[in-house]
Ligand binder design. Structure first.
Ligand code: ADP
Ligand code: MG
Length: 351
């Protein structure tokens, strides 16, 4: 750290040969058979990490980013030979296994290198959606009633109320969620269960589908954690036969018409009493699952007025203007300032 500046190493792990979003650059939006509302030329993976590095440099850090490409020697070398003051930990899996997310954070702990975001226990817990739901329930936080299936078997006399949603229990980013994920009767349920089991490893969650508003609540900081303005999703432009949920296409695929029909807005259109309740529950979920520095809680507001937590996302997506950062901006924190604060939380742990 010859410059006197704190050094930040932005670490990520990306192993795809080609970034699909690079290929999108070659597509002329006017040739699509629908009119896209948003640009189909979204940022590539590299551009997103570069944006974080540039923002950190703007905030006065010495920063660079490195893709581990699933190579443990690179990770070992970086952390043992010339460790940075802080690792900005954006590694979500290792050796093609999402369960290793926590192990990578544990590696930083063992070498006593400060890193941003949640500790191994939290990352491993939240990766297991069913276990997380048990922890939430024990902490007095509502979550949709559910079954955690180890195999494609579920009796017709189950006591869950339709509609139900079937989703992989250990994925994220709406992987395995599409318009046929919501089922209205037993034959549909069994067809969907078999389909999800054919594509994803056990376990699979079957949950009561909560039809109300979808809210994403971001939390920043530790002493005390701060709940940022709430994001709500507007599904009203979706075609009538499209259930109101965030599918994989809606989240990630600009070539899908549905991607352009779901809009987030912030703050959510909820009354003050509901806002207070939702924020309290999100904060309790953050604490109950041992989140640290920053997290996003995905939640649905039931017709009974109860906020049902769907899942807790430690180390959520930090794309500028999206999700966590959309909430931060509404709170008056620009992209670089938010990143600076996250780095400072980690630096304080070193002291
Ligand atoms: N029980 C549920 N009720 C209503 N919608 C749900 C439910 N579970 C999931 N969804 C929808 O599916 C999306 C993805 O599910 P989620 O549990 O957040 O998993 P992940 O984001 O990790 O893939 C949610 O954002 C929501 O739109
Ligand atoms: Mg989610």
């Amino acid at each position: 750290m010859a410059s006197g500046k704190n050094s930040v190493l932005v670490l990520f792990n990306y192993v795809e040969e080609k970034d699909e979003y690079v290929a999108l650059r070659a597509i002329d939006p006017s040739t699509l058979d629908f009119t896209p509302q948003y640009s189909i030329h979204v940022a590539t993976v590299q551009e997103e990490y570069d944006a974080i590095v540039h923002a950190l440099i703007k905030e006065g850090f010495e920063a660079c980013c490195i893709n581990l490409k699933d190579n443990f020697s690179i990770l070992h070398h970086l952390i043992t030979q010339n460790p940075p003051d802080v690792v900005f930990n954006l590694v979500e899996f290792f050796h093609n296994d999402l369960n290793n997310e926590g192990s990578v954070a544990g590696f930083f702990d063992l070498f006593r290198v400060p890193y941003t975001g949640s500790p191994p226990f939290c990352l491993s817990l939240c990766r297991r959606k069913a276990l997380t739901k048990q922890v939430l329930l024990q902490s007095g936080i509502a979550t949709p009633r559910f079954r955690n299936l180890k195999g494609p078997v579920m009796e017709s006399g189950h006591d869950l109320n339709y509609p139900l949603i079937v989703k992989p229990a250990r994925q994220d980013g709406s992987a395995g969620v599409d318009i046929t994920s919501v089922v209205y009767d037993y034959p549909q349920l069994m067809r969907r269960i078999e389909r999800v089991f054919s594509e994803f490893k056990a376990p699979i969650l079957v949950e009561e589908f909560i039809e109300g508003k979808e809210l994403h609540i971001s939390v920043l900081g530790n002493d005390p954690p701060q709940v940022l303005p709430i994001i709500e999703f507007n599904f009203s432009e979706l075609p009538g036969d499209h259930p109101h949920l965030i599918t994989y296409d809606i989240k990630w695929n600009p070539l899908s018409p549905a991607y352009h029909k779901v809009h987030s807005f912030c703050p959510a259109a909820i009354d003050a009493k509901t806002e207070k309740l939702v924020k309290e529950q999100a904060l309790r979920a953050f604490v109950a699952t041992c989140c640290r520095d920053y997290a996003r809680i995905d939640l649905r507001l039931g017709s009974d007025g109860v906020p049902y937590v769907l899942e807790v996302n430690p180390n959520p997506d930090l794309t500028e203007g999206v999700s966590f950062m959309e909430s931060a901006e509404k709170a008056g924190l620009c992209f670089s300032e938010t990143l600076r604060r996250i780095v400072c939380f980690a630096l304080q742990r070193q002291a």
